[in-house]
Structure formats: C-alpha cells, structure tokens
Design a protein around this ligand. Structure first.
Ligand code: SF4
Ligand code: SF4
Ligand code: FES
Length: 528
C-alpha cells in the first residue's frame, strides 16, 4: 500500500494513488469541485482559484487542483468559508467579462455560465464600466479570439506547449489589461490547434469552421472513431437534423487521451461531398435491386464458365472489419481467386509521434488480417492489381470502397473487363469505368469496427442516415450473396463481428464494443 494514500474528504475516507491531487481524489468519490484552469490532461498552474478547499491545519484555503493528497489529510469542500471564497472568485472572474451569452458560441457548454447558473446567480455589484479588449482577433487559420470573454486560465497556452509541443500563445500586459496573444512571430497554426477551443472554458476561442453555425444544445452527439488515420482517435460526431456540424475528441487514455488533430475534425465534410445515392448499370440509373440482379446474373454466368478463378475482389482499409470480412467470405464461397487490398495513400510527411499517423486509413490492420486469412497470405497491393489488369490476367473485379490508386493505363484495362462491380460512398474516377455501381454508406453512417495501428479494435457508430438508397457495404454484399444462394442473413454488424472473431484468428480476443447512446448535448462538459 506504499503507493496509496488515505485521506478524508467531507468526512468520507478516500484511498487514492500517491501524487493524486485533491480535486481528482474528491471526484473519485463523486464530490465535484468547480474549476476553470485545471484540465486532467495538462499541468496545473492554479491560476483561477475556483477550486479552493479547506485542508485542516492549513492557514489558508488551498487550490485542490494543485495540492497533492497526503496521508490522514482532512479536506472540506463545502464549508461556508469555502463557498464564500469560490463565490468571490467567480464574481472576480465576471467583473470584466462581457456576459454576452445570447450571441456566444459556447453558450450551453460554457463552464462559467454553468457554474454561475448552477450555484451562484448573484447580481453584479460592479457599477463602473468594464475593461474592453478586442472582440474579434484572428489567431490563425482555424481560430478567432474574443479577448473580452477570456478568463486568463492559460489552458490554451498549455495545450499548445504540452500537447502540440509548439509555443504559439502567451499572455501580454498585466492586471485587468492582461490578454491572450500569439507569441512573437507566431500564429496559432499547429496541427492540433482546435484542441484549444475544446479546453477553453468560455467562448473566448471559437473555431472558424463551427462558429455561428449551430447552437450546441440543438446538437446530438454520437460516440464514434475518427476515420482520418490509423491512430483511431475516439471522437464524438455532433449532428442535428441529419447533418454533421463538428467532430470533437472523446477521452481514451490508451489512444488519444483528450485530443484529436485538426485534420481529423474536418473529415465530417467529406461525408456529404460527391455522394452516390443510387445504383447504376452501365451509366444508367437503376434501383439497388436491379443492380444486384444484374451482378448476380453476371457472376452466375462466370461461375458456370469457370471464369471466377480469374476474378478478383478489392478489400479496403477505409471499410470496416465486418464489410471486408463478408466480402472475403462470399468471394471464397464463390471461388473468386484473387484478393487485393486498397486504401488511401500514405501521408507524404512522417507521423508526428503525437497522434497523426502516416497511414491515413482507419482499418489497415484489420483489413490485412482478414485478407491474410481469406487469401491464405496471397492478398496483393493495388500496384499488383495494376499489373494484373495490364497483363490481362483479370477478367472481373468487385471493388469495395473509396481510394483505389490506379494509373490511366490500368484504368483503361479496367474498363475492358467482362464484369466490374463497384460499391462506393463517393463519386470518383472509378465510377466511369465500372459497369455496376452500388451506393454505399460512409463511415459516419455505419455500425462496425476498425482496428487501429496498435491492433485495438474499436467500434464506430452511425451518427446520421446515408443518402438515398445507400447502405453499409456488408448489407450490399449480403444482398448479392443471398441472390447467389449463399446464406448471408446477418441481423446486424455485431452478428458479423461475432462470426469474424470466431473465424479469423487475429480477432480471437477482440470485442465489438458496447452500445453507447447518441445523447443530446446540454452542458456536456466531457472535454474538460
Ligand atoms: S482563451 Fe480560453 S483557454 Fe485561453 S486563456 Fe482565455 S479562457 Fe483560457
Ligand atoms: S490523429 Fe488520426 S485518428 Fe486522430 S483525429 Fe487525427 S486523423 Fe483522426
Ligand atoms: S482550477 Fe484550481 S486554481 Fe484553477
């Protein structure tokens, strides 16, 4: 027990790890202490004094975010003395604050607004004018500062210094003229800059992309996984009336802690771009049912002529494990002889050792494991796909997902194949070359799993409905399989995963992930 400390908080015995601060110790037993400048993922400068508590034997109240627990310590978090001190600090914080909540983007998720309305509610005693500061100060490509709303907590400075490893923000001037500014010669442009908006406890920092677009209490949040790279940051897709408005990080100590990169946050934009909402046969609009029937006729004919050994399927690192598994399973049942792996090309620069991975696909690890199992180690890259197309070895191809890298020569060869079936969420060059097109759901519209670069299988959940007739890849594969007389009657992605985990050795220990509800956001302060 040498590394454990036992203390009393409001008379209740609490045992926590040595080095824990009082604020976290209190939180561990459900006692909440208010705070502004503290963030569990950052250092504690104890500048706001909102988290004051009484420690027996100490002459003054102490900041609980900064003070480590000690054996036999006796802490009071709710005495008259503590509450009055906190109220005074809140009043002090509000002296020069503009209180422009009705036009503030943070309203509804602002810690200052929350604390004031939850337990203070006192009228102002100030009868002098407020100190004015710049209302719209451009800090960089993504972020605008309203310096009047800033409560000088320094969280944003610490995010840049401690998470992004770049000193881009600092404080200038003193007293009531103190204000946040960019460091000399710098702007706020690091790849993790939007984390400053998340940690800002007030509406001082706003994202240019999100500001003025939606009141936060109208948003619903669906827990999911970022599809931007192989790190697999846990995120929350925030949406209203079927439209995604922003993506924010969801804490996971083993993957992304409290953070995500700016690029990952913007992946929601591609969800609505260039969507394929209906099926096509030879360039003509069709129903999904007719397109599946056409594919079935072609594959049945190829089977009878013994051509399926020269057919191939293309798995995709952008698609879920369930999608890839079902495609491989059905291809094997049909006797399709060739397996290829596709995905977005690597990031040109190296990964940054923070979060951004060079592999810009969410599921390369899972796709490879499935391809290896399905093809007994013979799955090929898109470069080999190009070679096989150019050499005329392939007669038919069934491609799943976006980002299949083919040069012009192999694209021309592709257009000459006797059978081509393409399942895709987005329009791209392949749509002109493939005979049958099926509309697929995108990553924000599906239930399923991705396996990240560390081998962790994590569950993405559907935030919005796919457009038109689009549906998850695995449902499209199952529809065609059933037409071909192969049983593929899975009630859910979970059912496919269950079979996959029993079949593909790499997934023997993997879990599908818990059901987590979409929640309406209201003072959702999960981002610290
Ligand atoms: S801008 Fe926000 S995060 Fe930065 S110091 Fe001001 S209140 Fe704190
Ligand atoms: S690091 Fe990768 S997974 Fe994480 S937010 Fe960025 S793009 Fe998404
Ligand atoms: S949260 Fe402890 S001093 Fe600010």
């Amino acid at each position: 027990m040498a590394d454990k400390i036992t203390l009393k908080i409001d008379g209740q015995a609490v045992t926590v790890d040595k080095g824990t601060n009082i604020l976290e110790a209190a939180r561990s037993v459900g006692t909440s202490v208010p705070y502004f400048c503290y963030h569990p993922g950052l250092s504690s400068p104890a500048v706001c004094r909102q988290c004051l508590v009484d420690v027996k034997g100490q002459p003054k109240l102490v900041p609980s975010c900064y003070t480590p627990v000690a054996d036999n310590m006796e802490v009071t978090t709710n005495s008259e003395k503590v509450l009055v001190a906190r109220q005074q600090m809140l009043e002090f914080t509000l002296v020069n604050h503009p209180v422009d909540c009705p036009i503030c983007d943070k309203a509804g998720e602002c810690t200052l607004q929350k604390l004031y309305s939850e337990w203070d509610g006192a009228h102002t005693r100030t009868d002098v004018g407020k100190q004015h500061k710049p209302k719209v100060k451009d800090l960089g490509p993504e972020i605008v500062l309203d310096a009047e709303r800033c409560i000088l907590c320094t969280r944003c400075i610490r995010v840049c210094d401690e998470v992004a490893g770049q000193h881009q923000l600092e404080m200038a001037h003193r007293g009531d003229r103190e204000q946040l500014t960019t460091a000399p010669g710098k702007q706020l442009d690091n790849p993790y800059s939007l984390n400053t908006v998340d940690v800002c406890p007030v509406g001082a920092l706003t994202s240019k992309d999100f500001r003025f677009s939606m009141r936060v209490w109208e948003l619903n949040g669906t827990p999911s996984i970022c599809a931007g790279c192989a790190t697999g940051c846990n995120d929350e897709v925030q949406h209203a009336r079927g439209e995604i408005h922003r993506i924010v990080p969801r804490p996971n100590p083993d993957v992304n802690k409290y953070w995500m990169c700016d690029e990952g946050r913007m992946t929601y934009k591609e969800v609505r771009e260039r969507r394929i909402a209906g099926a096509r046969i030879n360039g003509e609009t069709s129903s999904v049912e007719k397109a599946i029937a056409a594919a079935e006729t072609a594959l049945t004919a190829a089977k009878s002529s013994g051509a399926l050994g020269s057919y191939g399927v293309v798995l995709n690192a952008q698609a879920t494990n369930e999608d890839n598994y079902l495609l491989v399973k059905i291809a094997r049942a049909l006797g399709i002889g060739r397996f290829y792996m596709a995905g977005r090309p690597e990031r040109p620069e190296r990964e940054d050792k923070i979060l951004r991975h060079r592999d810009m696909n969410p599921n390369t690890t899972g796709m490879r494991a499935i391809a290896e199992w399905g093809s007994t180690g013979k799955a090929r890259s898109t470069r080999q796909l190009a070679d096989d197309l150019n050499s005329g070895q392939l007669k038919g191809l069934w491609i799943l997902g976006d980002h299949v890298d083919l040069d012009e020569k192999s694209q021309a060869a592709l257009a000459k194949l006797e059978f081509t079936l393409y399942q895709s969420p987005h329009e791209n060059f392949l749509c002109d070359k493939m005979k049958i097109i099926l509309p697929a759901a995108s990553w924000a519209e599906i239930d399923g799993t991705f396996t990240n670069a560390k081998g962790m299988t994590q569950r993405a959940r559907p935030a919005v409905e796919p457009p038109g007739e689009a549906r998850p890849h695995h449902q499209l594969v199952a529809l065609l399989a059933e037409k071909l007389g192969i049983n593929a009657d899975y009630p859910s992605a979970r059912a496919i995963f269950f079979e996959l985990s029993k079949t593909v050795p790499a997934f023997a220990q993997a879990q599908f992930g818990a059901d987590m509800a979409t929640v309406q956001l209201r003072f959702a302060n999960s981002r610290g």
